[in-house]
Write a protein that binds this ligand. Structure first.
Ligand SMILES: C[S@@+](CC[C@H](N)C(=O)[O-])C[C@H]1O[C@@H](n2cnc3c(N)ncnc32)[C@H](O)[C@@H]1O
Length: 249
């Protein structure tokens, strides 16, 4: 399966009920206040934090490669009475009708691009969609391997229709040279005598120090700041979730 299609079908259905936390909207609201509007969220999924940012009156469009996730976002927006403008596209093949003062991903969604070629294409797309003086915000981290004790552990939740939803890690492969981790996830839906069980590979790709900066340079962007999610500057060599800010060169 193409990694851009991972969040479709049963995965999109189970994403909301099974997700362990929702993105904090504050860092992204602060980013848009600083960088200006309009803003664009890449990988907006089913609407966190885009819907909260729209509720606050911020002008934010969205892009996602999963039509199923966008359908959920539109449904939630309708229930909340929020108008949204979202596009079904891959971030590595962006083609949007306007440019943005602020382009961001919420959380480390950029690591879902499975290799450097896809990352470079996405960075070129970001560059092409930045308005004059615009800024991009790309959160990045290096995922830890799943602990042995977590393999096979089931997380469960109830669907609105009463079905039991389950997700578990079946196996994991890590390739340090390719900087890629592939986690085989099992998604299950059980309702009475009906059962659906699907296994899907979830790919994450990360960057050693300097590599993301190099790709950005090749895309016509320069890293203007590296901060923690609260916006505090981070000295070189510190790990964790880092927010890279990019400006056109
Ligand atoms: C972990 S979800 C995050 C969604 C949302 N921001 C949230 O926090 O709930 C990642 C989203 O990125 C989307 N995605 C993955 N690869 C993508 C790609 N290449 N282009 C655009 N969207 C992509 C997925 O479809 C999914 O909706």
């Amino acid at each position: 399966m193409d990694p851009a299609d991972f969040y479709t079908g049963i995965v999109a259905e189970l994403y909301g009920p099974l997700k362990s936390f929702s993105q904090d909207p504050e860092p992204y609201a602060a980013f848009i206040e600083q960088a200006g509007a309009p803003a664009l969220e890449l990988g907006c999924g089913d609407g966190d934090p885009l819907l909260e940012l729209r509720r606050r009156g911020l002008e934010v469009d969205g892009v996602d490669s999963s039509a199923d996730m966008l359908e959920r976002l539109r449904r939630r927006a309708g229930e909340l009475g929020i108008r949204v403008s979202v596009f079904h596209q891959r971030m590595e093949a962006l083609r949007l009708p306007r440019r943005y003062r602020a382009v961001f991903l919420a959380g480390p969604t950029f690591t879902l691009l499975p290799d450097d070629a896809a990352a470079l294409a996405a960075l070129r797309g970001i560059r092409a969609h930045l308005a004059e003086g615009g800024t991009a915000l790309v959160p990045l981290f290096t995922p830890a391997p799943t602990a042995a004790g977590e393999i096979g552990r089931v997380r469960a939740a109830a669907a609105p229709d009463g079905a039991e939803l389950r997700v578990s890690v079946v196996a994991e492969q890590r390739d340090e040279a390719a900087r890629t981790q592939t986690t085989l996830l099992r998604y299950e839906r059980h309702h009475g005598s009906d059962s659906t069980v699907v296994e899907r590979p979830w790919v994450m790709h990360w960057y050693a120090p300097g590599q993301f900066e190099e790709l950005s340079t090749a895309a016509g962007l320069a890293v203007s700041a590296v901060t923690d999610p609260e916006g505090r500057p981070v000295p070189a060599g510190v790990s964790g979730l880092l927010h890279f800010r990019l400006r056109a060169t």
